[in-house]
Write a protein that binds this ligand. Structure first.
Ligand code: BG6
Length: 460
């Protein structure tokens, strides 16, 4: 037991241990966490189909920890207490064997594609789960609303909802969490964040990265599921939700789920409120990229988008009528990762003031982490001519990286930063409306050269 009287996780089991996610994100996140918390003691079990030996797995863990500059007694303990078990995650017998090798309360982290996760959850029904077992599921959670609802039912017939962690690493980003601090601990912005004062909100995550050999996963997800369903809708919920009583799991997750329940396509029309596109060959940051459809493993016939933009509305008294533009894409010329809140123009410019009147914009930048307030000011030259001023604050890197933060929640059994069952279903409901319209062919799949700003017709 820790000071708060909660029991910590004794063993972290990673199902899908040989996958890219594990070595690139999970293990480095764990390394950072163990470095920050040198007194933590965990046993780590890697489980996957590949016939690895514990020696090889330990070398992978060591390398990933080194990449995160992880060191100290908790790191050494984890390295000394790690094993690899060849495991078919859909086999109840194999899962039983993995659980028998765990000490203390286990957390099973499903770093697996949604279909395999669903099979593994099914198989767990034939296994005796130790009391308190935590189930952590990587995104995407299901493949649409119905499959997410079915998975939720299967999960909650195994363990309590508070033992289920639907992972979104964006909720572990310190600047995303800072939305709560910014909104609910300052009197300055919160009274203005509503339909009377805000003209539009953009939540944008444009990346320069291309497919990065992830066709097996990405070609079935596309930008809409990979980013908008899994991450950006959660960010929107943090912007639109009402002030929770506390930031503890129950209150925070209720406020977010309520906020998501109110989200609809703008003006109720998923066709006019969405655009999609796919990149052709080009150069990004000096690096040549082949067309998306030429990447190994891509099936051009699937028509997967690498850039998605949807406009949403929160049908609440506070936000009704304000467009929320959510957009994310790969292989774009510039990495624009921010939440931009554009305020309404002032009703009238006092006579005698000249210059271009632009709206006030509050930008919460997600890498490099910063906050910028763009304002109209009187210029340094002629005091009656408007100029643009910027108030800017840079934020340091968070204590942990996002996966470190996610794992901290799991090991502490604190689900504040994970998505609750109905929250996941509401997010799918929104996205399914657009995907249905896309499947019917009503929204054309446009093209943009890798390294550009998107399809030329999108520039507005
Ligand atoms: C992941 C997506 O969840 O988030 C990736 O699968 C994306 O496609 C990534 O690149 C972006 O997040 P971050 O934190 O790596 O910038």
């Amino acid at each position: 037991m820790d000071d708060a009287g909660t029991e910590n996780i004794g063993t972290l089991v990673v199902l899908g241990a040989t996958g890219d996610l594990t070595s690139r994100l999970l293990l480095p996140g764990l390394g950072r966490l163990l470095t920050e918390q040198p007194r933590r003691r965990i046993r780590l079990i890697g489980a996957d189909l590949a016939p690895l030996e514990t020696r090889q797995w330990t070398a992978t863990v060591r390398e990933a920890f080194a990449s995160a500059e992880a060191a100290g007694p908790a790191v050494d303990h984890a390295l000394d207490h790690t094993d690899y078990l060849v495991t078919d995650a859909s086999s109840a017998r194999d899962l039983g064997r993995v659980l028998a090798a765990a000490t203390g309360i286990p957390a099973l982290y499903f770093a697996l594609p949604p279909a395999v996760t669903a099979e593994a959850v099914g198989a767990l029904h034939q296994v005796d789960l130790p009391t308190g077992t935590v189930l952590a599921l990587e995104k995407p959670f299901g493949t649409d609303r119905d499959s997410a609802a079915a998975l939720n039912r299967r999960l909650t017939s195994l363990v309590d909802e508070d033992q289920v962690f639907r992972v979104d690493h964006f909720l572990g980003k310190s600047t995303v969490l800072n939305i709560l601090g910014l909104r609910f601990t300052n009197y300055l912005f919160e009274p203005l964040l509503n339909r009377d004062h805000v003209a539009k909100v953009e939540i944008v995550y444009d990346e320069q990265l291309g497919l990065e050999n992830r066709a097996g996963y990405y070609d079935r997800a596309g930008a809409m599921v990979d980013m908008i369903q899994s991450h950006l809708l959660q960010v929107m919920a943090l912007i639109t939700m009402d002030a929770p009583q506390s930031v503890r799991a129950a209150d925070l997750r209720t406020a977010k789920a309520e906020a998501l329940r109110a989200v609809r396509p703008f003006a109720g029309d998923p066709v006019s409120a969405s655009r999609r596109a796919r990149y052709t060959a080009g150069t990004v940051g000096g690096r040549p990229l082949p067309a998306y459809v030429e990447e190994p493993g891509v099936d051009a016939g699937r028509g997967t988008e690498t850039l998605a933009e949807i406009t949403l509305e929160s049908t609440t008294w506070r936000w009704s009528g304000v467009p929320f533009v959510l957009r994310s894409g790969k292989a774009l010329g510039e990495a624009r990762r921010e939440i931009a809140i554009t305020f309404r123009p002032v009703p009238q410019l006092p006579a005698g003031l000249d210059g271009r009147l632009e709206p006030t914009v509050l930008r919460i930048c997600l890498g490099p982490d910063a906050m910028v307030l763009e304002l109209n000011v009187n210029g340094p030259g002629d005091p009656f001519v408007l100029d643009r001023g910027r108030l800017e604050a840079q934020f340091g890197a968070g204590r942990l990286n996002p996966y470190g933060e996610v794992l901290h929640g799991i090991l502490e059994r604190d689900p504040s930063l994970s998505i609750r069952a109905e929250g996941a279903e509401h997010a799918w409901e929104v996205v399914d409306r657009f995907r249905e319209a896309w499947r019917s062919g009503s929204v054309p799949l446009e093209e943009y050269p890798a390294g550009s700003a998107g399809p030329p017709t999108w520039r507005s």
